[in-house]
Design a protein around this ligand. Structure first.
Ligand code: FAD
Length: 313
């Protein structure tokens, strides 16, 4: 571990819409934020092609391009942007101690956690190859691209059922594929999807391969009950088997819910430790959108400003 400890007023962990927005606000307030970008500079939007629902871009904008613009805006106001990973934190007393993967120690008066969440994928080669070209982990984000077309969604929980009913309002046919013989979703959601005429539920089916070279053309399934292969012609394939919040390094230091998401005081971004704030998907199991992440990044920045003016005892 190096000897010198850097002192900062505010450390932002994460470079998605939440982190960059928090940086823009705190930098403009003259707080000289330091931002660690992590393994995925720009966050989740860098793995999607078109973003059509972020306000201000009537023609849509590429995910990587949108994130580059946010980074430039944060840098314009003198955010110290660093490519690196935070590997450990000690929130037991203020100022907080933060450790980076290149063995640097930082003492921070306040911290904004914006480490996001990661979608769970099936792990198929075809899924990786076609991600962003017909394969998506976000129905609300990408469903519109398949208006009037046939799509499949894999999963069996509430999220899969909710996303299937959302897609049913846009697409011609929605195949809801689940490996078990009943959905895990709540009774209410099970009844809801079973009543929607263009949702076809395929129980006891597993995904063998997503078909297509440059874009999705179909999906090959195994009917595990009847031991036979089934091929569906579809244009969009959605994965809804869950997300996991990137909170491993905060375990035992902050209150989290049963799924690992950071708990914040309702209506604020304040975590269970005074001076530590959380914004974006890392504390939001419900909405998980770029605009809500950016909005809570702004909230965290304003709360940090207030905190630094008059820190509570
Ligand atoms: C395929 C796909 C398409 C999507 N399309 C849309 C869309 O069209 N519109 C929309 O509104 N939303 C869309 N979303 C959702 C949107 O991307 C997320 O809601 C948003 O990116 C969340 O922002 P965030 O700032 O909370 O975190 P993220 O974007 O998840 O970023 C997290 C950041 O934290 C960093 N990080 C993690 N751990 C560490 C660490 N230990 N140290 C340092 N840094 C760390 C990562 O490197 C990353 O930069 C999509 C998501 C996916 C997966």
């Amino acid at each position: 571990m190096s000897e010198e400890i850097e002192k900062v007023k505010i450390l932002i962990i994460g470079s998605g819409p939440a982190g960059y927005t928090a940086a823009i606000y705190t930098a403009r307030a003259g707080l000289n934020p330091v931002l660690y970008q992590g393994l995925q500079p720009g966050g989740q939007l860098t793995i999607t092609s078109d973003v059509e629902n972020f306000p201000g871009f009537p023609q849509g904008i590429g995910g990587p391009e949108l994130m580059e613009l946010m980074q430039k805006q944060a840098e314009k106001f003198n955010t110290q942007m660093r490519f690196g990973i935070i590997s450990k934190v000690d929130f037991s007393k203020r100022p907080f101690m933060i450790f980076t993967d290149d063995e640097k120690q930082i003492s921070a008066e306040t911290v904004i956690i914006a480490t996001g969440a990661t979608a769970r994928w099936l792990g198929l080669e075809s899924e990786r190859r076609l991600a962003g070209s017909g394969v998506s982990a976000c129905a609300q984000c990408d469903g519109f691209f398949y208006k009037g077309q046939d799509v499949a969604i894999v999963g069996g929980g509430d999220t899969a059922a909710e996303e299937a009913s959302y897609l049913a309002g846009i697409c011609k046919t929605v195949y809801l594929i689940h490996r078990r013989n009943e959905l895990r979703a709540s009774k209410y959601m099970q009844e809801k999807v079973s009543k929607i005429s263009n949702i076809k539920i395929l129980y006891s089916h597993i995904i063998k391969e997503i078909l297509g070279e440059k874009s999705v053309e179909g999906v090959l399934l195994e009917d595990i009950k009847n031991k036979k292969e089934v091929k569906l012609n579809i244009q969009g394939f959605f994965v809804a088997i869950g997300h996991h919040p990137n909170t491993e390094i905060f375990k035992g230091q902050l209150d989290t819910n049963e799924n690992g998401y950071i708990i914040t005081k309702p209506g604020t971004t304040q975590t269970s430790v005074k001076g530590v704030f959380a914004a974006g998907d890392v504390q939001d199991e419900a909405y998980r959108q770029a605009i809500t992440a950016a909005g809570s990044g702004c909230m965290a920045a304003l709360e940090v400003e207030k905190f630094l003016c008059a820190p509570p005892n």
